[in-house]
Design a binder for this molecule. Structure first.
Ligand SMILES: NC(=O)c1ccc[n+]([C@@H]2O[C@H](COP(=O)([O-])OP(=O)(O)OC[C@H]3O[C@@H](n4cnc5c(N)ncnc54)[C@H](O)[C@@H]3O)[C@@H](O)[C@H]2O)c1
Length: 356
């Protein structure tokens, strides 16, 4: 598109996460957030008013009929990403979609294929890509600073099924859909398992070539249900993987990691060094042991410079016409692995290879 005109952006879905998207896009002088859309028209209107957006719609169809936008940020619930994004692509609009890209690999693959065929910018909001330490770790590992990778340990630790720091899921309905497959949840795997899988595999630049996984739904309420919500979605998932170079990995995600509110941990061990990242809600530590330090097991802190957000890089991509990462294809590849974790026989070879 012409570099002098602003990118006209539509916010699709105006719930909790949409405010974050609006704030990030509105901070970019290359963007005009022109409209907000939600199936709840009143919510869309209130969101538009709050954020100073001039136009709002009560359906995607109405917004598409209007059509005065170049790109969409899709912040609808997980199961709505596929049907809405397919319409947006058919209307030839660029799209940034929330994670997980879709409910299954088959649907995510359709989205990636359609966007690629239409030559549209397509990115997925794997938001931990915005963590400078992750980008630093990837570049150090790619430069060979820790040698050949042998082991990876990664975990996404939450404890909202134990602590009341985000409210009480036993009495507050807003948490219950996340515990119920009937209500569209893929449990901890779709919620944050996808983040830690991306975090670990992006850092090392390799995808698993084989995988075994266990997922677990713990008994936590009488009859395993609360009102109309069967509590059947997975609470914890553990993957054991092998990477293309023979390295072994353990990737774990849980809502029962007591004492941790929202922490991502990654350890990568190589033949000549190791890197460790701990990332919480508003803090990050990255340490490294390499060179002569491997003989004394001494660790030093690593400086990680700020990196552009996915939202900035999405606009870079729309302006330049060159797609950015993480792309829909990456979102689909991650989904293929999540699908495998949910099959009864999860000890199978993995065919996907994207590392960007
Ligand atoms: N990247 C991250 O770190 C991160 C963090 C939180 C949430 N998310 C993702 O963001 C998405 C939204 O989460 P949320 O917490 O904002 O959910 P939410 O339920 O608060 O908001 C979703 C909104 O979408 C609207 N909606 C539903 N169907 C629609 C349709 N067909 N057209 C238009 N609007 C529709 C709903 O009415 C609701 O207002 C989810 O996919 C979630 O996984 C990502």
């Amino acid at each position: 598109m012409a570099s002098t005109s602003k990118v006209r952006l539509l916010v699709l879905g105006t719930g909790a996460m949409a405010a974050n998207h609006a704030r990030l896009f509105m901070a970019d002088p290359r963007v005009d957030v022109v409209a907000a859309t939600d199936v709840d028209a009143a919510r869309a209107a209130a969101f538009a008013e709050k954020h100073g957006i001039t136009t709002s719609f009560g359906s995607l169809d109405a917004a598409l009929a209007w059509g005065k936008f170049d790109a969409v940020t899709n912040v609808t619930p997980d199961a709505v990403h596929h049907p809405t994004t397919m319409k947006v692509i058919a209307a030839k609009k660029h799209v940034l979609c929330e994670k997980p890209l879709a409910e299954t690999f088959a649907l995510a693959d359709q989205m990636a294929t359609a966007a690629e065929k239409a030559s549209l910018i397509n990115m997925v909001n794997l938001s931990y890509r915005n963590v400078p330490a992750l980008q630093k770790a990837r570049s150090l590992i790619a430069a060979g600073e820790i040698g050949d990778i042998r082991h990876v340990e990664a975990s996404y630790r939450q404890s909202w099924l134990v602590g009341k720091h985000w409210g009480d899921w036993r009495s507050e309905p807003m948490w219950l859909w996340r515990l119920s497959e009937k209500h569209g949840s893929k449990g901890v795997l779709g919620d944050v398992g996808i983040h830690i899988l991306d975090f670990a595999t992006f850092a090392i630049g390799m995808m698993p070539v084989s995988l075994q996984a266990r997922v677990k739904t713990f008994a936590k309420a009488e009859g395993d249900r609360i009102g109309e919500y069967p509590l059947d979605a997975n609470d914890s998932a553990a993957m054991q993987v092998e990477f293309g170079n023979g390295a072994l990995g353990v990737i774990h995600a849980s809502r029962f990691m007591t004492g941790y509110g929202n922490v991502l941990k990654l350890d990568v061990f190589g033949t000549s060094g190791a890197i460790e990242i701990n990332h919480g809600l508003d803090w990050t530590e990255i340490r490294m042991c390499s060179g002569e330090d491997v003989h004394t097991q001494s660790w030093r802190r690593v400086q990680a410079d700020p990196v552009p957000t996915i939202h900035t890089r999405f606009i870079d991509a729309v302006v330049s016409g060159e797609n950015g990462e993480p792309s829909f294809r990456r979102g689909a590849d991650l989904q293929a692995i999540l699908d495998m974790c949910l099959t009864e026989d999860a000890g199978r070879a993995v065919a996907v290879k994207s590392t960007r």
